[in-house]
Design a protein around this ligand. Structure first.
Ligand SMILES: NC(=O)c1ccc[n+]([C@@H]2O[C@H](COP(=O)([O-])OP(=O)(O)OC[C@H]3O[C@@H](n4cnc5c(N)ncnc54)[C@H](O)[C@@H]3O)[C@@H](O)[C@H]2O)c1
Length: 462
C-alpha cells in the first residue's frame, strides 16, 4: 500500500502516543510511525497493555495499529523514510548547571535534532510538539542547517494542548490547533502542510496560525494561566478557612461572571502533573533572562502558592490529629496527579506521603491506575508505606483518610462500612472537595474539606 504522506513522531510518551494514534485514526491515507529510544515503551505500545492509561485510547490505537500506525525503535530508518517529523521528546526542568531547577533541559531535544541531521536523505518539515522555551525553533534551525547540504528543513511549532485524563476527547475535538511558522515562502508552505493534516477532522475556524515565536510562547502562557487560576482559588481557600466562608460558594458566585467563567475554579490540594510547574518555571526563567524581574516574580508566586497549599494540607492533618501522627495509619485515596490517568509526575500525593512518613505515620496508598508509579516514586524513601488496590481494604484499621485524587469511585463508596472498619476517632481530609460532608459527619467522621468549615464531633469540653 502506498501512503500520501509518511509521518514520523520521535518520542512515544503521553503526548507522542495519543496524538499520533489520533492522526492515524483520522487519516488512513497517511503512514504514521512512532519511535522511541525506550524499547519497553515501544513494546508496550505494540501490546494489549498500553504504556499509559487514557480513557478511549485503547480503541483508537487498536483501530489504526498495523494498518497505518506503527511503533518502532528504529529511529534512523524512521527519519530516512519520513516527510514530516513531529518531535515529542521530554523537556523536563534542568537539574544541573546554569538554570537548574528553572530552565528546560533541552538535551533530549538537541539529540533529536542532531539525529535528524545525521540521517535525513531528503527535505523534511520538523514539527515542535514538545513544550519548549520561546525561540527554540531558531536553535533547531541552526543545528539542522549546520552542514550546508542540499536538504531543506522547515521548523514549525505546533504545541500540544491536550490534558491528561481527557486526551482522546481533546485530540478529537480540540479547542484550537496552533501552528506557528516563519513568514517566508517555505515557512508558509510547511505550515500549510501541517494545517492539511488537521483539516481531516478539525473545523477550519479552530486551526489558527501565527509566527513561530508566538506559537512557542502561547503554550507556556496557556499552562501558566491555567495554573494561576488554581493557585488563585487555592489562596482564597486559605482565607475561607479563617473566615467561615465556603470556597465552593465563592467560586460559584465569582465564576458566574461571564468575564471570569466557571472552569478551573475548584479549590484543591494543589496542581501536579509534568507540565504546569515545569512550564511556569521555564517562563519565570525566560523573563529573568530578559531582565523582567517583576514579571518573573509574579509568575513564580503561582508555584509558591501551590507549594504552600500542599504544606497546608499536611499541617491540617497534623493539627487535627492532636499534633502527632507517629504510628497513626493514614489512607491516601488516590495517588495520580488527577483523575483518569495513571500519571503521578509532580503529583501532590508524593509530597504529602513523604511529609506523612517524615512524621512517622503509616501510609496506605490506594489508586485504581497509579499504584505502580506510586511505588516507583516512593522507592528508597524510608517509612512504613503499603500499596493496596482495594479502597475498603486500604482504609481498614486506619485513623484517617486523605482524598488526594478526584477519582469518581471515591464519591460513591460505602462510607458507613469504611467508618466501621476504622480506628476512632476517624478523620477524613478531602483534598479535592468531592465528598458529601454532612453525610460523612452524620456517620461519625470528623470531616476537613478545603476552604470550607470543618465538621467535627469534638466540643470545647471534650
Ligand atoms: N503530558 C502532557 O500532558 C503534555 C501535554 C502537552 C505538552 N506536553 C509536552 O510534550 C513533551 C513530551 O511530554 P510527555 O508527557 O509525552 O513526555 P514523556 O516523558 O511521556 O515522553 C517522552 C518520550 O520521549 C522519549 N525520548 C527522549 N529522547 C529521545 C530521543 N532522542 N529519541 C527518541 N525518543 C526519545 C522518551 O524515552 C519518552 O518515551 C514535553 O515537552 C511536554 O512538556 C506534555
Amino acid at each position: 500500500m502506498t501512503f500520501e504522506k509518511n509521518i514520523l513522531c520521535i518520542g512515544a510518551g503521553y503526548v507522542g502516543g495519543p496524538t499520533m494514534a489520533m492522526i492515524a485514526h483520522k487519516c488512513p491515507q497517511y503512514k504514521v510511525t512512532v519511535v522511541d529510544i525506550n524499547p519497553d515503551r515501544i513494546n508496550a505500545w505494540k501490546s494489549e497493555d498500553l504504556p499509559i492509561y487514557e480513557p478511549g485510547l485503547d480503541e483508537v490505537v487498536t483501530a489504526a495499529r498495523e494498518r497505518n500506525l506503527f511503533f518502532s525503535t528504529d529511529i534512523e530508518k524512521g527519519i530516512k523514510e519520513s516527510d514530516i517529523i513531529f518531535v515529542s521528546v521530554n523537556t523536563p526542568t534542568k537539574t544541573f548547571g546554569e538554570g537548574a531547577g528553572m530552565a528546560s533541559d533541552l538535551q533530549y531535544w538537541e539529540k533529536t535534532a542532531r539525529q535528524i541531521l545525521d540521517n535525513a536523505e531528503s527535505s523534511k518539515i520538523i514539527v515542535e510538539k514538545s513544550t519548549l522555551p520561546v525561540r527554540t525553533a531558531r536553535a533547531m534551525e541552526r543545528i539542522l542547517t549546520s552542514r550546508n547540504n542540499h536538504i531543506r528543513f522547515d521548523v514549525v511549532a505546533n504545541p500540544e494542548f491536550l490534558a491528561e485524563g481527557t486526551a482522546i476527547r481533546d485530540l478529537e475535538n480540540p479547542d484550537r490547533i496552533l501552528i506557528g511558522s516563519r513568514e517566508t515562502d517555505s515557512g508558509r508552505e510547511a505550515r500549510n502542510e501541517i494545517v492539511d493534516i488537521y483539516r481531516n477532522w478539525v473545523p477550519e475556524e479552530k486551526i489558527i496560525t501565527s509566527n513561530v515565536w508566538s506559537s512557542e510562547l502561547s503554550k507556556l502562557v496557556a499552562n501558566a494561566f491555567l495554573a494561576q487560576r488554581i493557585s488563585s482559588i487555592n489562596s482564597i481557600s486559605a482565607l475561607c478557612e479563617k473566615t467561615q466562608a465556603d470556597v465552593a460558594e465563592v467560586s460559584k458566585a465569582v465564576g458566574m461572571d461571564n468575564r471570569i467563567g466557571n472552569k478551573f475554579l475548584n479549590a484543591s490540594v494543589g496542581f501536579g502533573g509534568s507540565c504546569f510547574k515545569k512550564d511556569i518555571l521555564n517562563l519565570v526563567y525566560l523573563c529573568r533572562h530578559y531582565g523582567l524581574e517583576e514579571v518573573s516574580n509574579y509568575w513564580e508566586s503561582v508555584v509558591r502558592i501551590n507549594d504552600y497549599q500542599k504544606q497546608r494540607f499536611v499541617l491540617t492533618i497534623l493539627e487535627a490529629m492532636f499534633n502527632t501522627l507517629a504510628g497513626k495509619r493514614i489512607c491516601l485515596f488516590g495517588f495520580a496527579f488527577k483523575a483518569d490517568t495513571g500519571d503521578t509526575r509532580e503529583s501532590p500525593a508524593i509530597f504529602i506521603t513523604k511529609k506523612l512518613l517524615d512524621e512517622k505515620a503509616v501510609v496506605n496508598i490506594t489508586d485504581p491506575k497509579a499504584l505502580e508509579n506510586a511505588e516507583a516514586d516512593l522507592a528508597g524513601h524510608n517509612g512504613n508505606v503499603s500499596f493496596v488496590k482495594d479502597p475498603y481494604e486500604a482504609a481498614t484499621g486506619c485513623d484517617a483518610i486523605a482524598v488526594v485524587t478526584e477519582w469518581d469511585i471515591y464519591r460513591n463508596l460505602d462510607y458507613e462500612k469504611i467508618f466501621n472498619s476504622m480506628r476512632k476517632p476517624a478523620f477524613i481530609f478531602d483534598g479535592r472537595n468531592i465528598l458529601d460532608y454532612k453525610y460523612l459527619y452524620n456517620i461519625g467522621f470528623n470531616v476537613y474539606p478545603i476552604g470550607k468549615p470543618k465538621l467535627t464531633h469534638f466540643t470545647k469540653t471534650n
